[in-house]
Structures are given as C-alpha cells and as structure tokens.
Ligand binder design. Sequence first.
Ligand code: UDP
Length: 408
Amino acid sequence: MSILDGYEPFVGRGTLDELRLLGRQLQGRRVITVNSTAVGGGVAEILNRMVPLCHELGIDIRWDVIKGGEDFFAVTKRMHNALHGKHEAFGAHEYDVFRDTTRRNLAEMDLDADIVFIHDPQPAGLIEERRANRGRWVWRCHIDLSAPQRDVWEFLAQYVSRYDAAVFSAPQFAAQLSLPQALITPSIDPLSDKNRELTQSEIDQVFERLRIPRDKPIITQVSRFDRLKDPVGVIAAFRLAQRYNDCRLVLAGGGATDDPEGPAVLAAVHEAANGDPDIHVLELPPTAHIEINAIQRGSTVILQKSLKEGFGLTVSEALWKGKPVIAGAVGGIPLQVTHRYSGILTHTVEGTGFWIRQLLNAPDFARRLGENGREHVRTNFLLTRHLRDYLLLFLFLEHADQRTIELS
Ligand code: UDP
C-alpha cells in the first residue's frame, strides 16, 4: 500500500493528486539532503518522514549527516545561539574548527546531485564543493535570523550567498541576501508514532511506565533541555499556578547529538525542581516517539515557553492532539497560535503562570482552543503541504532560467 494514500483522511484526494503530479515532473531527480543529526530535534524528525515519501514519488533522495567532533558541535551550538541573538565570543579558532570539519566532511561526501539541500549552519560550508553548472544548492534555515550577532552572520553569509536559494520558516527570519528566498513552514506527520492516534490503554501504559500519577491536571513541556526553551522559567510559571491549582508538571526532554549544552541545562532544571514530587523531569531517548505522543495526549495543558524559537514543532504536535497550548510569542510560534483563538501567547513567567490557571479553571475555553488549533494545523502544518512546497521549489530551481513552467 502506498504511504501517500494514508494521508487521504486528513488532507483529501486532491492534495495527493497534486503531489503525484509534481512528483512526475521531478521523476528520477537526484536530491541530497544534509543536516547535522540523525536523531533529536525538529529537522531529523521531519527528514525521517519526508525521505520515504519522496522515494515513493520517484525522487532519488539521499539523506546524509555531517560528522564532527565535540569541538565542532560546541562551536556550532554557540553559532546557533549567536544567530539567535545571544552574545558569544567568536574568533579565529572557532572559524578554523568550522572550516576544518567542513573540509573533512567534503573529503568523504559525494555531493553530486540535481538538488543539494542543506539544513542550518552546521553543514552550510559544504557549498565549497560546488562544481560549476552542476546541481542547484538550497540552504534551508530553521532558525530565527532576525537579529543575529553580526560577526557570526557575516562569516556564515560568505557561504550562504553562494547558494541558489534560501528557505526560511517565517518572514521575519529572512536575511539580507541577494539570492531568491522562499518562506516554507515546517510540518508534522499525522501518521508518525509521534502524532498518530493512540488508544486510551496505550496512553495509560506510558504514564504507568513513567510513574506519573494522573490524580491531578498535568501541565507539560516537551523540549530538548536547552536554555532557549526556558525549562527553568517553566518551573517558575508552574509554581505560580501551583499555589492556587493543584497540578503536576512534566518536563520531558532529551538530547540531540548536535547539542552539547543539554547536561548543564538539565542540572539547572533539577536544581529548580528541588525534589518537588509534583514535578516530573523525564530524560527520554530520541526513539521515545510513542511516549511523547502519549504524554502530550494525557496532558491537560501544554507549554512551549521558548525565549527564542525556530518554528517550534512541539506546538503543532500538541495542537494536533487538540490540546490547549500556552507558548512564548517568539519565532514561528505566532504562525501556529492565534492568541485566545487557537492557543495562548505569553511573554513572561507571570503571564504563563496566569494562563495555566485560567485554562485549568475554564475547561470549555481550553477545549475550544485545542479544537481550533487542530484545524489550523490540519490546513497548514501537515507533511503533505510541506512536501508540496519543497517540490515546487525544486521545480522553480530547475526552470529558473525559463519564463514559463508547464505543469500538465
Ligand atoms: N523531541 C523529542 N524528544 C525530546 C524532545 C523533543 O522527540 O526529548 C521532539 C519533539 O517532539 C519535536 C522535536 O523534537 O518533534 C523538536 O522540534 P522543535 O521544532 O520543537 O524544536 P528544536 O528541538 O528543533 O529546537
């Protein structure tokens, strides 16, 4: 059975016909996509689902991961923070580590393809290998570039400016670049273990296994233990709500192989939790998709209290499950949440604590937010829409020198 047919109940026949039509235009094209981790984080999550669908549509796509040592990922994590606007000291050493790792990867990688699709800063330097007139190169940026640290962005822009196109998740991220830029939001997959329907007993079993009692409302944030996801702020907001409403907090997270800061943030979280039996800090392996699905489904309110965010896939994941979401009004989150219609947008610990209580005290309002959110995700943030946008981009690049593109 075709994988694509499984999406019909969510998006209708027409969407699938459209994807097949675009796929026919791109039959046999060789695409290489490169990111920095096979597991953990939103990019790996999407590629895991997108690659098999591309194969089914007849596109010869290969997914590679850039390899690097601890020094490289420490530099690229700081680069990530600096591009998000946090000050980081960068000098010749950091740039040398970046260049050396890029070169070592280039010596081992075969990047000969019709489309080379590179995600985020870590592998951006691979463009050095670009051969004249071979293939089109796309830089897909998942992070917020609206106020980057200037020196770090200037370093990266030397590479980025050599691409044929850049893709950003939201208009405010788009950078000052002379190449064509496409705005394409990410997506979630309704058929993945992370998002598919679960039975009540599947959900119950996960809560039992993780020893989380369901005797009171559960407030949850699922995120890597990263300062920009503000898990310590989540605990502070929970404590404000907990004074008046008896509830539990679940902080579910894990690491990603390209994020070395996790252990320090996790230690700060444990310190803030201070042994409170109503706070459950879970370290989950990257394969814990059903667990995360069940935790989201079994929660009363879901938080995503990010201070900076790319798109924030966890928000769409929660909305898809019909959950009321309270999220920081940063990055791509406002594209997913319209305040008081499909969720709640907040800016502070106090605001988050206030809205936790409001939603716990007004379950009908909370349910409506979740319903509206699910419909918004269905029409805008499912994998089929995302794939269609990428295929259109590939066609655009292939025909960039023509005045008309015929799709028949
Ligand atoms: N995720 C996970 N395990 C964790 C934490 C997060 O599987 O312990 C998943 C989460 O469900 C989501 C993705 O990783 O699918 C995170 O994507 P998002 O865009 O929210 O943030 P990123 O980590 O890419 O900054």
